[in-house]
Write a protein that binds this ligand. Structure first.
Ligand SMILES: [Zn+2]
Length: 633
């Protein structure tokens, strides 16, 4: 039979639906041609006027599934709680929801059972599959919020509710503990956190002043004010936050640290933790909350802003079998992101990775991560020591900030482990002095160091509203000195902004890097305990782009502006041309010295040869030589 059994069944169903006559159905079934599934569908649709959906219904009946019109279905975030979006996109499964204990999904290919099995494995639930059109599944899977960022609800209604409540109950408000329980306060606390999360903030600041209390959030490194609340509300809000983070409500005179697992408090699909720190300030207690987004994934290394030559060198460094890769820069310079992206790139089932962190900022599959607890003595040093007995290939230590950690870290790197860590130094060469200050021997540093990567984050200029111009004067001079820029167009930010950048002129951030890799000269320099400035010169001579030079590349590429660059990192003091001259001179001196030494050596050799030939003539010397040999033996 030319048609497969399932095709016959589809044609029969089309007839049963009353779309074709019995004769036509028989004719199609009896055709001697071989038809593929697609060809049959096409034939039914073009020659017999079936719509896509009618075709879907016939197909569903033929395979015993329920047809589903996915065109009308919009997936929201909650839909993805059981089955995450990436999985769905990869497998082209549209999650519809839970019915009883069954997971209902829509698929387009009824014959691919492996998809259903995968869903079953992931959700550990019985799966009910519906059949939908491929096109509708695709459009159902595109994130409706991807075009426009999720909009926070604002605060208007909560503030209003608070005003009402607080006007009525003003007298009782001296007691924070009661107010903390009030519904609008709970809502306000949640709303502040949700709003910050949706606007992509890294921190939330709640700061009391004389008359009121200011709530600000840090987005792309800059604080913006979100809300002002009366002090009486602020006190209740703070109490609420303390409850959420298990802190002592009554303790108002000492700083406290806590953590909020926000999932417990919200019905929204926001999976974040907050690291909470309170401190007694002059007008009352202030709170800062760092948002730790657990669903945040790492970016691939090329997306972090590495220039091609740096990326190549960095990748070569992180794939070494052992040694120390250090990252430096102030807090908020994106060190962790880079480290995790690096780990993600080298993460492989064949190697064992252990990390000691405070706090755990990202979670990566396949990594064993340890949260530090200083209160009970679990420090970086003790974690590191424990790791060395856990047979790891790669170790990440959150930060090297004391002698003990520094020494174990170097030791680990020298005993066949790849060690990643961070330090709070400003530039890459400065890291050497920092380690020496911590009591690590110079030769240990030079022997273990693979590379140091200093980094900063700069704001990206908004591509929709940036303004092109030709740099001149001092700007041109800075660009020329740093990257030999002669002429061309660069951009400045539009300070009135546009809708795409929220009127800021900047949108998102990019990393700038200073990658100092170990080299023969650098090892020699470290062993000689040269000053940081000297080490920097050696590194620059070995093709290290300084942070400033790297930032200028980004200005040239139109990624950011001169203004943003210079305010992030000042120009280098070193003059590249003078540096080249200096090194040429040094080399010349060295060569001259070598030549002199060679000449001297040859002189000695010549004289010795002369003496020997003179000596051969006399019997005396031969005699002395023999006596000497006798004496020595
Ligand atoms: Zn813009």
């Amino acid at each position: 039979m030319p048609l497969a059994r399932i095709q016959v069944s589809i044609v029969t169903q089309v007839h049963k639906l009353g779309r074709i006559s019995k004769e036509t159905a028989d004719e199609i079934i009896g055709t001697p041609e071989e038809l593929s599934g697609d060809a049959l569908e096409k034939l039914l649709m073009s020659d017999h006027g079936l719509t896509e959906f009618q075709m879907l219904v016939a197909k569903s009946r033929a395979v015993g599934l329920t047809p589903f019109n996915a065109q009308k279905f919009t997936a929201d975030e909650r839909t993805y709680e059981k089955l995450d979006r990436d999985f769905c996109i990869e497998n082209q499964v549209l999650p519809i929801g839970l019915v009883g204990s069954n997971m209902v999904v829509a698929v387009s290919n009824p014959f691919d059972l492996s998809v259903i099995n995968r869903v079953q494995e992931t959700t550990r639930r019985k799966v009910v599959a519906l059949l939908a059109l491929e096109r509708d599944i695709k459009s159902g899977l595109t994130d409706p919020s991807s075009d426009q960022a999720p909009v926070a609800e604002g605060f208007g209604d909560v503030v209003e509710a608070l005003d009402m409540e607080f006007d009525i109950d003003e007298v009782d408000l001296d007691d924070d503990e009661d107010a903390e329980e009030s519904a609008p306060i709970i809502q306000l606390a949640n709303r502040i956190i949700e709003d910050a999360y949706y606007s992509g903030a890294s921190d939330i600041h709640i700061e009391p002043f004389e008359k009121d209390c200011r709530v600000r959030v840090r987005v792309d490194g800059v604080l913006t004010e979100k809300l002002n609340v009366p002090n009486k509300v602020a006190a209740a809000l703070l109490a609420r936050i303390k409850v959420m983070s298990n802190l002592d409500i009554a303790e108002k005179r000492l700083p406290q640290d806590g953590r909020i697992v926000f999932k417990q408090f919200t019905k929204k699909p926001i999976n974040i933790d907050l690291r909470v720190s309170t401190a007694p300030l002059n007008h009352g207690e202030g709170t800062v909350m760092r948002i730790l987004d657990k669903s945040k994934s790492t970016l691939p290394l090329p997306a972090l802003g590495f220039e091609p030559h740096n990326l190549e060198k960095y990748r070569e460094c992180i794939t070494r079998p052992y040694g120390m890769v250090l990252h430096c820069g102030p807090t908020g310079s994106g060190k962790s992101m880079t480290l995790y992206s690096a780990l993600n790139e080298i993460n492989d089932p064949g190697i064992c990775i252990r990390t000691a962190e405070d706090p755990i900022e990202y979670t990566l599959p396949g990594l064993c991560q340890m949260q530090m607890q200083r209160k009970i003595g679990l420090t970086f040093a003790s974690a590191l020591r424990a790791f060395l007995r856990q047979d790891p290939d790669i170790i990440l230590v959150g930060e090297i900030r004391d002698q003990e950690t520094a020494n174990i870290a170097v030791e680990a790197a020298l005993t066949g482990h790849m060690l990643f860590s961070t330090l709070h130094t400003n530039d890459a060469p400065g890291t050497i002095a920092r380690l020496t200050d911590m009591g690590v021997e110079s030769f240990m540093i030079s022997a273990s160091l693979v590379c140091v990567c200093a980094q900063r984050l700069m704001r990206r200029v908004c591509k929709s509203c940036r303004q092109p111009y030709e740099p001149e004067g001092r700007e041109l001079e800075i660009l020329r000195k740093a990257i030999k820029f002669e002429s061309g167009t660069i951009y400045r930010a539009n300070h009135t902004g546009c809708p795409s950048c929220d009127g800021k002129g900047y949108k998102g951030r990019v990393g700038i890097h200073e990658l100092m890799t170990s080299s023969e000269q650098l090892v020699e320099g470290i062993n000689k305990e040269l000053e940081t400035a000297e080490l920097k010169k050696i590194a620059m001579f070995n093709d290290m782009s300084t942070l400033h030079m790297d930032s200028m590349h980004k200005v040239k590429a139109g990624t950011t502006t001169m203004e943003e660059s210079i305010s992030t990192i000042p120009p280098d003091m070193e003059d590249l041309e003078a540096l080249a001259e200096e090194f040429a001179l040094q080399q010349e001196l060295q060569e001259r010295k070598d030549a002199e030494r060679k000449k001297e050596f040859e002189g000695i050799k010549e004289r010795k040869a002369e003496e020997e030939s003179d000596a051969e003539g006399t019997d005396d010397s031969e005699a002395t030589e023999t006596t000497e040999t006798v004496e020595t033996t």
